[in-house]
Design a protein around this ligand. Structure first.
Ligand code: SF4
Length: 314
C-alpha cells in the first residue's frame, strides 16, 4: 500500500504515511531494524513507482480522511526501506505540494552525500536524519551500511544539507546496548550534533523485536547518560520511544503526568520534588511507581534522576 493512515505520531501530530519504496529495500541493514532483515541492499537510486501513482494514492487517502472528518498534519515519506533511494522523491514532493499539507521525510541519511538527494530533501518541510554513530567501526556494527558507503561523506553531506535547509531539521539516534551507547562514543555524536544544530535531537531505543535478536536496549543508566551528554551540546533533546498517546498531556493525575513527562525526558530529583509540591502530592507517589517497575531511579554526575521504565520486557 503506497499511502496509509493517518496515524498519530508524537513528532508530527496526525501523519499520513507514504510508502514510496517496495518492502525492505535499503542502503542499511541495521541490527535493530524492526522491519526484519533487509531483503535487498542497494545504493543506486531508481524509480520504483510512477510519481503520478504515488500522488494519486495519497490524494485518495487525503480525500477519504477529509470526508470522514479526520485531520492530517503531515504527509510523511516513511517507507519500509530508505525513501531517498526513490529517484522520483523530489518530483513527488513537488506534485504533493498543491494538497496544501506539510511534507515530512524520515531518512537514514546514507545518500545525503549526493547533491541530488539534498536537492530533493530541500522540498520537504520537515526532515529527520538518522545519526547512530560518529565512528566508522561503530557505524558498521549498528547500521551495517552497504560496503560502498563512507561515514565521513555521510556526515559531511548532513552538514552541507543543514547549512542551506530552511525547513525543520531533526535527528534521530537509536541506542543499542553495548554497540553505540558508550559514553565516549555518545560524546562524539553530541559533538557532531552541536555542529549540525538540529531543531531537536531524538533518542530512541529498540522497543519492538529487532532484526537481530541479540540486540538489546541500553540500561536506563546509559539512556539517561546519553540524554545528559547530548543535552549539554544540543538545545532540545527528547526520547522517542513510542508512548505516543499521552506525552505532554497534563491530566491532573500525578502518576500519569510523571510517567508522561519521564517518557520524553528524565527528571532530576529537584524537578520531581518541585512537581510534586505544585501538584500537592508527596514522595510516596514516586516510590510506588518505582516499586511497580514503571519508574527507574538512576544517577548521573552527582545527581539523582528519574526515568520512565523504557526497556521492553523481553
Ligand atoms: S535504515 Fe531503517 S529500514 Fe533501513 S535497515 Fe535501518 S532501520 Fe531498517
Amino acid at each position: 500500500m503506497i499511502a496509509f493512515g493517518p496515524v498519530p505520531s508524537r513528532r508530527l501530530g496526525r501523519s499520513l504515511g507514504i510508502n514510496n519504496i517496495p518492502p525492505k529495500i535499503c542502503t542499511f541493514a541495521c541490527v535493530y531494524c524492526q522491519l526484519g532483515r533487509t531483503l535487498k541492499m542497494q545504493v543506486e537510486r531508481c524509480a520504483f513507482y510512477r510519481p503520478e501513482e504515488v500522488v494519486s494514492a495519497v490524494r485518495d487517502k487525503v480525500e477519504k480522511a477529509t470526508a470522514s472528518g479526520e485531520s492530517i498534519d503531515y504527509l510523511t515519506f516513511v517507507p519500509d526501506g530508505e525513501p531517498t533511494l526513490d529517484a522520483n522523491l523530489g518530483r513527488e514532493i513537488e506534485l504533493l505540494k498543491p494538497l496544501g499539507i506539510k511534507i515530512a521525510v524520515i531518512t537514514n541519511s546514507s545518500l545525503i552525500w549526493r547533491a541530488d538527494v539534498r536537492e530533493d530533501l530541500m522540498g520537504a518541510d520537515w526532515v529527520s536524519l538518522k545519526i547512530d554513530a560518529a565512528q566508522e567501526d561503530v557505524w558498521r556494527r549498528i547500521d551495517r551500511p552497504h560496503g560502498s558507503l563512507r561515514l565521513g561523506a555521510v556526515l559531511d553531506g548532513m552538514l552541507e544539507f543543514a547549512k542551506d535547509y530552511t525547513g525543520e531539521l531533526v535527528t534521530e539516534t537509536m541506542l543499542a546496548r553495548d554497540v553505540n551507547d558508550g559514553a565516549d562514543h555518545v560524546r562524539e555524536v553530541a559533538e557532531f550534533l552541536a555542529r549540525l544544530a538540529p531543531a531537536r535531537a531524538y533518542l530512541s531505543i529498540p522497543t519492538r523485536p529487532p532484526a537481530e535478536p541479540r540486540v538489546g536496549a541500553p540500561k536506563e543508566e546509559a539512556i539517561n547518560r546519553a540524554y545528559q551528554i547530548l543535552g549539554d551540546r544540543v538545545d532540545h533533546v527528547e526520547y522517542l520511544i513510542g508512548y505516543e498517546g499521552n506525552a505532554f498531556a497534563f491530566t491532573g493525575n500525578v502518576e500519569d503526568d510523571l510517567l508522561s513527562i519521564t517518557s520524553v525526558h528524565p527528571m532530576r530529583e529537584d524537578a520531581v520534588r518541585a512537581f510534586l509540591a505544585r501538584a500537592g502530592a508527596a514522595w510516596p507517589v514516586v516510590r510506588s511507581l518505582i516499586d511497580r517497575d514503571q519508574l527507574v531511579e538512576t544517577e548521573y554526575d552527582g545527581h539523582r534522576f528519574y526515568v520512565r521504565k523504557l526497556r521492553a520486557s523481553r
